[in-house]
Write a protein that binds this ligand. Structure first.
Ligand code: URA
Length: 432
């Protein structure tokens, strides 16, 4: 088999066999296929797409490239949750404790943020002492004891994806449904849970800008999960504006704690409850309505909040910061933007808000950049809100004042004003 022939075959729109796809993934992971050929092949996939069989073969080939986690010694149905990425998305910090408080078993491996999207690991690491790297033994012990642990993804899981993602990132081939679906599902299948809940985001802050594309991505991933013998469900959620009002790291942890204490923004609470209810459902705790009620009741009686405290303490985190969130270090500079006229906030570009947060130091432009845990953005107003002249709509936080002007310029382009109240979409748009 020659890589050259396989590039040409895909360029012509022909389907590749499982053997051919296996040859490509294995050859690239071993360093036998050079980056220029792999880049050309990825771009051919971007233009020509892949059918379901090819996408499944690609997922399985990436899965075979590394280790897989065996969670079978941990009693119960192990359930995982994955978001395709967004801005202000702190749902794992809320959903995982809700599910665990309802008796689900959540052994979760999360990722870091890159570019405009945030990552759960970075947010958790803003809690002083919290360790996202645990030995496998400790991770399993914690999952058995508390029903919940969230750690960083091992580099040994689906290493082919890591190499391919880095190449896609610099060659403009990230936003392809078969490539995203196989990238996510190879890691989820390798992580060993029995059931997988996918949060497929759609809108200005998501990879998928159109609902139809998000549904197609969701269906592709659900098909891959089900054909690998894992119960898989996807919710399509709105990422046209950041989720909640906080964007950053410690500022998002504070907001997650507010929701777990029964308050917090309505959109964040709703998406979290919907995701948690489906995780509880996938764990076979009851019908969908009963699962939603269970999720609401552990939020109301404080047991989900206690679960978060248990998990944070078990991973070395100082829970006094969660018990009193005013203890988190404050940013040394802040600036509040105020409305120039009386009107409605007509819409937001969530991706630009994520970029502004990165410009303030809360996110990484490239792998390895150091984060400022106190940097970030607070949205006083969201789409559909009325603002009076002079009223605050956004506050920026940073520890380096030279970062403010660029972030401010980005934010000014991220908010649209209207005289009429705009129509707002719901938070959960569909289930696949
Ligand atoms: N997240 C992933 O893990 N992979 C992609 O390709 C896109 C988002």
């Amino acid at each position: 088999m020659r890589m050259y022939d396989l590039i040409v075959k895909k360029k012509r729109g022909e389907a590749l066999s499982a053997e051919e796809i296996g040859f490509i993934v294995e050859g690239f992971t071993k360093g036998e296929i050079p980056v220029e050929q792999m880049s050309a092949w990825l771009m051919a996939v971007w233009f020509q797409g892949m059918d379901n069989e090819e996408t499944s073969s690609l997922t399985m080939a990436m899965l075979r490239s590394g280790d897989t986690v065996d969670l079978s010694d941990i009693p119960g149905i192990k359930v995982d949750k994955h978001s395709t990425g967004g801005v202000g998305d702190k749902t794992t910090l809320i959903v995982a404790p809700i599910a665990a408080a309802c008796g689900c078993v959540v052994a979760k491996m999360s990722g870091r943020g890159l570019g405009h999207t945030g990552g759960t690991l970075d947010k958790l690491e803003s809690i002083p002492g919290f360790r996202t790297e645990l030995s496998e033994k400790k991770f399993r012990e914690n999952v058995k004891k508390y029903g919940l642990s969230v750690i960083g993804q091992s580099a040994e899981l689906a290493p082919a994806d890591k190499l391919m993602y880095a190449l896609r990132d610099v060659t403009g081939s990230v936003d392809s449904i078969p490539l995203i679906a196989s990238s996510i599902m190879s890691k989820k299948l390798a992580a060993g849970s029995d059931a997988i809940l996918l949060d497929v985001t759609v809108g200005s802050g998501a990879f998928m800008k159109m609902k139809s594309e998000a549904v197609e991505l969701a269906q592709t991933m659900v098909d891959i999960g089900e054909s690998a013998g894992r119960r898989t469900v996807a919710l399509i959620t709105n990422m046209d504006a950041p989720l909640g009002r906080a964007v950053g790291n410690s500022i998002e942890v504070k907001e997650a704690v507010e929701v777990l204490k029964g308050g917090g923004p309505a959109d964040l609470r709703e998406v979290s409850l919907a995701l948690a209810a489906d995780m509880i459902y996938l764990s076979e705790k009851g019908g969908r309505k009963a699962c939603r009620k269970m999720a609401e009741s552990v939020l109301e009686d404080g047991s989900a909040y206690k679960k978060l405290l248990e998990m944070v303490e078990a991973q070395g985190g100082n829970i006094s910061y969660l018990e009193d969130t005013s203890r988190f270090p404050k940013a040394s500079v802040e600036e509040t933007l105020v409305a120039e006229r009386e009107c409605y906030l007509g819409g937001m570009d969530a991706e630009k808000i994520g970029i502004a947060s990165m410009q303030l130091g809360a996110g990484r432009e490239k792998l390895g950049d150091t984060l400022d845990m106190a940097a970030g953005i607070y949205l006083h107003k969201k789409t559909g809100d009325f603002v009076r002249k002079g009223e605050p709509y956004i506050t920026l936080y940073a520890n380096d004042e030279t970062r403010l002007p660029a972030a401010k310029a980005t934010l000014q382009k991220a908010v649209f004003w209207e005289d009429e109240k705009p129509e707002c979409m719901g938070e959960v748009l569909a289930r696949v």
